[in-house]
Design a protein around this ligand. Structure first.
Ligand code: AMP
Ligand code: MG
Length: 403
């Protein structure tokens, strides 16, 4: 079997992933969800011209000559607090006390900030001039009626939540979360509350995958551990097919008990098995039974982790209708020279930091496919390109930031 490129595998997978659907949620539950509508404002924000300062609304032309030595005197005729509208129309020679956010009264065309004034009863001494429109926030300068303030396909951040509140939206259309079944495989794999004996190990992949699925916006369903028999695998996969997407780990390599591929093949068509030109994570099974995509990830913990990041996370983003399926990636300067054999794209667990105006990156310890400690100390995956065999200290490399 020939090896295929990471990008080709991803393109083939993404072509088979469908958008799940839309649901409405209250704003307070929308953080992190993917927006499923273009949000159009039905209001202007601010609704009317208002003051950016605590000070005095006035006519700019009245105070053109004002200086601290020769202040211009105006008569204060009214006070306007935020949330209230002036009763009168401002006339030449007059000022109105105005608070930040209060509407500019008719007749005024500037606000002089309080710090540039002195006051004696109803007389205001203006000690500086003002330009027309100074300290006035114009109606609609933030948002205009009919404006699209947020486009569908973005994961909602705290600032997005604020924006939705600005336009008065308490219910938001978001993408439904895909339900993702997780099946671990292997006779040697134990649940966490069991006691390992001899060669037995705990099911780390199952729990790590659940966390990855959650962080990608999916709803993980933990289906436990299948034995290395076609009978048990087929039974558990059959059950897993109730989910929107199925992710398994282990049993996709070339060992005598790697039976995930053959079990899935017996259950339906459309099963692809690849050697992907990447490290860690060479073997990958992908296909659909009916409409349900199934990812057979490799069993080695780092392989499972990295394969999820490269193939399953973008797929979940597509199922969620995200407009950007790519990883957050930065360019960073290598702090030491790295080497490898050409022919596979390597992902190195790495630590990226922002140091004095640039990113630097250092591989996080030993890089074996079974050494999860390095991945757990990393905040990024350094991309060591396919054909490269050496990248020197000080050169720039791309690093995917882990989410
Ligand atoms: P396999 O692909 O099934 O041959 O597994 C490759 C390696 O990954 C073996 O050393 C397995 O013991 C290990 N492995 C498989 N599944 C898991 C799991 N769920 N948690 C931790 N390690 C696993
Ligand atoms: Mg196995």
């Amino acid at each position: 079997m020939s090896m295929i490129q990471v990008q080709d595998a991803l393109d083939t997978i993404l072509a088979k992933i469908n958008f799940k659907g839309v649901e409405k949620v209250p704003l307070e539950q929308a953080l992190g969800r993917v927006l499923a509508e273009d949000v159009v404002s039905r209001i202007n924000n601010p609704p009317m011209d208002n003051s950016a300062m605590d000070g005095y609304a006035l006519i700019a032309e009245d105070i053109q000559s004002a200086t601290p030595e020769n202040p211009v005197k105006l008569e204060m005729v009214e006070e306007i607090a935020a949330g209230y509208t002036a009763k009168g129309v401002l006339q030449p020679g007059q000022a109105m006390r105005i608070m930040t956010g209060a509407p500019i009264p008719a007749g005024a065309n500037a606000v002089l900030m309080q710090e540039d004034t002195k006051k004696d009863g109803k007389i205001i001494f203006c000690e500086d001039k003002a330009d027309v429109e100074e300290n006035i926030r114009k109606a609609g300068e933030d948002v205009k009626i009919g404006e699209v303030v947020l486009k569908k396909g973005i994961p909602l951040s705290p600032a997005h939540i604020g924006m939705l509140a600005v336009v008065g939206r308490s219910q938001i259309a978001v993408s439904q979360r895909p339900i993702v079944a997780i099946l671990s495989t292997g006779d040697e794999i134990l649940e966490l509350d069991e006691t390992p004996e001899g060669p037995q190990i705990f099911n780390s992949n199952g729990h790590m995958l659940a966390a990855q699925i959650k962080s990608a916006g999916g709803l993980p369903v933990y289906l436990g551990i299948a034995k290395d028999t076609e009978k048990d695998l087929m039974e558990k996969f059959e059950w897993a097919l109730q989910a929107d997407i199925v992710v398994s780990s282990g049993g996709v390599s070339v060992g005598d008990y790697d039976l995930v591929k053959s079990s899935l093949q017996k259950m339906g068509q459309d099963m692809l098995f690849w050697k992907v030109a990447m490290k860690p994570g060479k073997p990958l099974a992908f296909g659909r039974i009916g409409e349900t995509p199934i990812f057979g990830l490799p069993g080695n913990p780092v392989s499972s982790f990295v394969s999820f990041e490269q193939f399953v996370r973008p797929s979940l983003k597509k199922a969620l209708g995200c407009s950007d399926l790519s990883h957050k990636t930065v360019k960073a300067k290598l702090t030491r020279t790295i080497k490898k054999k050409p022919g596979r794209l390597h992902f190195l667990s790495a630590v990226v930091s922002w140091t004095g105006g640039e990113y630097t990156v250092t591989p996080a310890g030993e890089q074996g496919s079974g050494i999860l400690k390095s991945a757990s100390n990393a905040n990024g995956l350094l991309i060591f390109p396919l054909e490269a065999d050496e990248i020197k200290q000080g050169q720039e490399v791309a690093v995917q930031l882990l989410e």
